[in-house]
Ligand binder design. Structure first.
Ligand code: 5AD
Ligand code: SF4
Length: 450
């Protein structure tokens, strides 16, 4: 085994939960080779930047960060590695124009980092090949920063090719982790005391176990039967593959949270068609209806893009009316930006920047008022909260999440991490709830399902 005991490293992560999870995988691989984690780039001999390519803005973050690292490298020796989605997208071009970048490594190659680092030598090393299988041994090494909530990857990649989306190019084609490996991971995490499991993948609702043909509802059933973790969540689902069987499996599970992230992207069927999403506004509304009927009170969140090529004012109004009609508990909203290689990048990015900005502001203002109302409706209730840590602003205050995935700041005795609390909600803003906790007592919680 490669010995990296002389090496201190720092990982900077941009992007989604998949990338957060990958950074923990990278840390596990480096730790197993003897390397030490450092608190800052300044205290490290190796800096790994785990990058996101999903929007132009995400990619720009990398280049400004690299500028900073370049300055640091000039002052003293430093190995710079670019990992993740931008690495996969630009491969050798990334280091060709930036000689200070030593390593470019894509998401399927992290197990080879120690060998690359030990080899040293001049010139950039670029590893961006795809592999078809799962490296289970490497996954077991993952360093988990959160002691109460664990991500479990069940699939990677995407075959949908939505017109705006770069993911099929940065994460490759869909591949599914075998169900026995997923379940044994959940069992091991349950034994270690994790209270929440979050299944992870770009398109989890399309899950299929190659050997048995078991689909996502089967996975939810089997995982829910494992004693231990009280909460199960999953991200991200695609409305097209999100059928009634999944809704039924969620509803019958003792553990699946009454919360779902289901990206809508646009409220206009015409725009959805141009985006190649494979569902219409009314298909989506039907799914929302079925979810709410099966699980009253379920909290829904979504992703919205404004200013997709050709989006008219009328089409944009349909997104606004969808938000009013559905009343999501949370949204993530973005201005469209063309991404290299995607179908939409071949058509003109014709919605002017000021218009995109104004539409985004309108979406966010509307959502803020909806969220404030939803949150005010929770004031006075006692809800279950999984403690995560202390609030950054005030260490005397704890921070956690509700079953609906709202951020809850609360006061309580003892240490918050990894414990369930019953929190009486006494105040609410658009982005979080406040309250006071008593230790968890299932009989008093309003959202407890035996
Ligand atoms: N421009 C703007 N937003 C995008 N997203 C994905 N690609 C683009 C793009 N080219 C958004 C989608 C997706 C989320 C992760 O990022 O809303 O669901
Ligand atoms: Fe960004 Fe998509 Fe890569 Fe996640 S998978 S880091 S969102 S480009």
């Amino acid at each position: 085994m490669t010995d990296l005991s002389h090496m201190a490293y720092y990982i900077e992560t941009f992007g989604c939960q998949m990338n957060e999870n990958d950074s923990e995988r990278i840390a596990g691989i480096l730790d197993a080779a003897g390397a030490r984690r450092a608190a800052s780039p300044e205290a490290s001999g190796l800096v790994i930047v785990n990058t996101c390519a999903v929007r132009a803005k995400s990619e720009e973050k990398l280049y400004s960060y690299l500028g900073r690292l370049r300055g640091l490298k000039k002052r003293r020796g430093l190995v710079i590695a670019v990992a993740g989605c931008v690495a996969q997208l630009h491969r050798g071009d990334l280091s060709a124009g930036r000689p200070f970048v030593d390593i470019v490594i894509g998401p399927d190659n992290y197990h080879r980092l120690p060998e690359l680092l030990a080899a040293g030598g001049a010139g950039a090393r670029v590893l961006t090949a795809w592999s078809s299988g799962w490296n289970e041994e490497e996954r077991r090494l993952q360093v988990r920063a959160n002691p109460s909530s664990a991500f479990v990857t069940i699939m990677e990649g995407c075959d949908n090719f939505c017109a705006y989306c770069i993911v099929p190019f940065t994460r490759g084609r869909e591949k599914f982790r075998p169900l026995p490996a997923v379940l044994s991971d959940v069992e091991a995490l349950a034994r270690s005391g994790y209270r929440e499991i979050q299944f992870l993948g770009q398109n989890v609702s399309a899950y299929r176990d190659a050997d048995t043909g078991a689909a996502f509802p089967d996975l939810l059933d089997r995982a829910s039967a494992i004693p231990g973790p009280e909460w199960i969540r999953f991200i991200t689902s695609h409305p097209r593959s999100f059928g009634p069987e999944i809704i039924a499996a969620m509803a019958r599970s003792r553990a699946v949270c009454r919360q779902l992230h289901l990206p809508l992207q646009s409220g206009s069927s015409a725009v959805l068609d141009r985006m190649k999403r494979g569902y219409s506004r009314s298909d989506y509304l039907d799914k929302v209806g079925a979810l709410r009927e099966a699980m009253p009170g379920i909290h829904l969140s979504t992703d919205i893009i404004v200013g997709f090529p050709g989006e008219t004012e009328e089409e944009f109004r349909e997104t606004m009316s969808a938000l009013e009609e559905i009343r999501f508990s949370n949204i993530f909203s973005f201005r469209y930006s063309p991404r290299p290689g995607t179908a939409a990048a071949r058509t003109a990015d014709d919605v002017p920047l000021e218009v995109k900005r104004r539409r985004l502001a309108e979406v966010q203002a509307l959502q803020k008022s909806i969220q404030t109302e939803i949150h005010r409706g929770i004031v006075g209730q006692t809800i279950r909260v999984l403690g995560a840590g202390r609030s950054r602003k005030d260490p005397a205050v704890f921070s956690g999440r509700s079953e609906g995935s709202q951020v809850v700041n609360f006061t309580a005795p003892g240490d918050p991490a990894g414990r369930f609390f019953q929190v009486r909600i006494s105040g609410a803003g658009p982005y979080s709830l406040r309250g006071e906790a008593a230790p968890f007592d299932p009989s008093r919680s309003v959202d407890y399902r035996p």
